[in-house]
Design a protein around this ligand. Sequence first.
Ligand code: HEC
Length: 118
Amino acid sequence: MIGLAGATLVACADKSIPPRQLAGADPARGLALIEAEGCAACHAIPGVKWPRGAVGGSLAGFAGQSTLGGRFPNRPDTLAAWLRDAPAMAQDTAMPASGLTESQARDVAAYLYTLDAD
Ligand code: HEC
């Protein structure tokens, strides 16, 4: 988690969101990890047919969002940290920490960044 505070401080005010690149990350591996981790128990996630949980909200169109969890910039580094340990970033969140490694979290982030609004 060291370095995260810096990452959140440089929140970009730019409203146009560029495509987000995660070097070496694999969205297909990310989707498999999403299924293995059971993210869909809490989130409706395009590409995952079942389940379609509602506790965490739908992740459809996530790539087009400027914020993450309503309070952090939606950036690859911040997202990967969130996916590994959301409570470390937001104590009051209902999103649990996962067992994802850093490289697995980057794969999952790469998949989430394929979820465009349409
Ligand atoms: C036990 C339920 C639960 C599980 C399991 C879960 N989440 Fe979440 N997730 C939540 C909740 C609740 C929020 C909203 C948190 C907040 O805003 O504080 C959230 C927020 C998020 C967000 C931010 C959404 C936004 O619109 O900003 C993403 C991305 C996300 N989750 C992805 C995942 C992924 C990927 C997994 C699997 C590794 C996962 N979640 C597993 C409950 C869950």
